[in-house]
Design a protein around this ligand. Structure first.
Ligand code: NAD
Length: 490
């Protein structure tokens, strides 16, 4: 064979679409609130939830008024005093195991519904969100009858009724982070899902019915910010647990200050992902991609600030651009899709506004050639180089597929730049030196530090922030303390 007859190497693999069927999901034309074990009509103005990939209206959902929240809190209080509170801890554990198993049995249905309502790729809802949500229930089921031996002090007791409000980026997973520890420690809950992603929480309510969970132990009240406010400000709520933006977290902290309520806040982030010149560059590039493009960058702990040692900057950026050019953006239900849709028109507008500011402030925008669907909310993977720490895209949480790249020369400079943020949720370190990992991790003011990996989650591992990323921990033994009276918080 002469050189001219050798077939050229394909530069791009074409994939035939491989869509997951949505027929497994049955979406009703409308949904009520889940209060005291029953679906009931809300008295607020109902709202529609759409598929962000197509703008198709999926269904209409009830909006909980203050009166509805009051009914839900009363149901939770009754369940706390009459059934769930007095129940033997080992029996509570059995309910949690049952819920976890049903979630596994209905995993495909939950995954498809999550991708339809949220826009995230089915690969992520199927392989990450839903298995982790079930794992949270399994893990906490195990704790239910072992709290006396958890080293949390003598006889830890539940707080009572927990009012919980969650965001739209990991709808079912955030529900699991909230409900599993609350129930395992003997509390009852009123949970408000985000207004753009209420559907898996409503399917979870059906799972509670299927598991014969006593009425009132879990109540799901859908609605927007006003419904959330009614939950956190209700006088008969003993514990408030919030995950969402720093702005709303601040308002909640003000509302709860001076009351007897216990509060945990999981807020925003602007994580530094630090790449040293001795790091295995190919693995680091995979970690950078995973760190910022997982879930379209709608991740509180996303590695949105890349800090690269100056002498490997060009090599890392060239390799990163090559890798990003292979990402497939499109139909969330297609099993080949890497990046799905942006969750809402509002979020897309925010991403556009902040990236436009990035251009105006002098950073260099790079985006791969990439065809975006005509309908729905979409934003291509984006990298900004020549970013200075003063730029808005280096300081503000974009909450989208947008990476800001900065450089450093020495480890001290890397730490100073990484900590130069009002947030402190997570960080990443890439280096082959174990001693450097330990030294740098110790200096980073972040709740979670990943080394030579990124965005790894496990129910046994506590998660939470410093500074404006919030306070309290979720997951692990530490996460139990936020739901117990007299628990030793060490
Ligand atoms: P958001 O703060 O706008 O809304 C979060 C929830 O709060 C929603 O259910 C909303 O309806 C409700 N809400 C709004 N106003 C309220 C009020 N005054 N009182 C009570 N509830 C109110 O946040 P979002 O846009 O849904 O989510 C994105 C944010 O969540 C990002 O900042 C992200 O970093 C953060 N987040 C943090 C974590 C974490 O663990 N730290 C995890 C996921 C998301």
């Amino acid at each position: 064979m002469t050189a001219s007859t050798v077939p050229s190497q394909p530069t791009r693999f074409e994939y035939a679409p491989a869509p997951e069927s949505r027929s497994i999901v049955d979406i009703a034309p409308s949904y009520g609130l889940f209060i005291d074990g029953q679906f009931v009509d809300g008295t607020g103005e109902p709202f529609k939830t759409v598929n962000p990939a197509t703008e198709e209206v999926l269904t209409e959902v009830s909006s909980g008024s203050a009166a509805d929240v009051d009914r839900a809190v009363a149901a939770a209080r009754r369940a706390f005093t009459r059934t769930w509170g007095p129940m033997r801890p080992s029996d509570r554990g059995k309910y949690l195991f049952r819920i976890a198993r049903i979630m596994q049995e209905r995993a495909r249905e939950l995954a498809v519904l999550e991708s339809l309502d949220n826009g995230k790729p089915i690969r992520e809802s199927r392989d990450v969100d839903i298995p982790l949500a079930a794992a949270h229930f399994f893990y906490h089921a195990g704790w239910a009858d072992k709290l006396d031996y958890a080293g949390l002090g003598p006889g830890p007791r539940p707080l009572g009724v927990a009012g919980q409000v969650i965001p739209w980026n990991f709808p079912l997973l955030m529900l699991a982070w909230k409900i599993a520890p609350a129930l395992a420690t003997g509390n009852t809950v009123v949970l408000k899902p985000a207004e753009t992603t209420p559907l898996t929480a409503l399917l979870f309510a059906e799972i509670c019915q299927q598991a014969d969970l006593p009425p009132g132990v879990v109540n799901i009240v859908t609605g927007a910010g006003d419904t959330g406010r009614a939950v956190v400000e209700h006088d008969d709520v003993d514990k408030v647990a919030f995950t969402g933006s720093t702005e709303v977290g601040r308002a909640i902290a003000r509302a709860v200050a001076g009351t007897r309520k216990s509060l945990t806040l999981e807020l925003g982030g602007k994580a530094a992902n630090i790449v040293f010149d001795d790091a295995p560059i190919d693995q680091a590039v995979e970690g950078i991609v995973q760190g910022i493009f997982f879930n379209q960058g709608h991740v509180c702990c996303a590695g949105s600030r890349l800090l690269v040692q100056e002498n490997v900057h060009d090599e890392v950026i060239a390799s990163l651009q090559r890798r990003i050019s292979t990402l497939r953006v499109g139909d969330p239900l297609d099993k080949n899709t890497d990046l799905g849709a942006i969750n809402s028109a509002e979020q897309l507008a925010r991403i556009r506004e902040l990236t436009d500011i990035g251009d105006a402030e002098g950073a260099q925008r790079w985006q791969p050639a990439c065809e975006l669907p005509e309908k729905g909310f979409w934003f291509p993977p984006t990298v900004f180089t020549e970013v200075s720490p003063a730029h808005r895209i280096a300081r503000d949480e974009v909450f989208g597929p947008v990476l800001s790249v900065m450089t450093f020369r020495t480890p001290d400079e890397a730490v100073a730049k990484a900590n130069n943020t009002t947030y402190g949720l997570s960080a990443g370190i890439w280096t082959e030196k174990g001693s450097r990992i330990l030294k740098i991790a110790d200096q980073l003011r972040a709740g979670v530090v990943w080394a030579n990996t990124f965005n790894k989650f496990d129910p046994t591992s506590p998660f939470g922030g410093y500074k404006q990323s919030g306070y309290g921990r979720e997951g692990g033994r530490h996460g139990l303390t936020g739901y117990l009276k007299g628990a030793n918080h060490s």
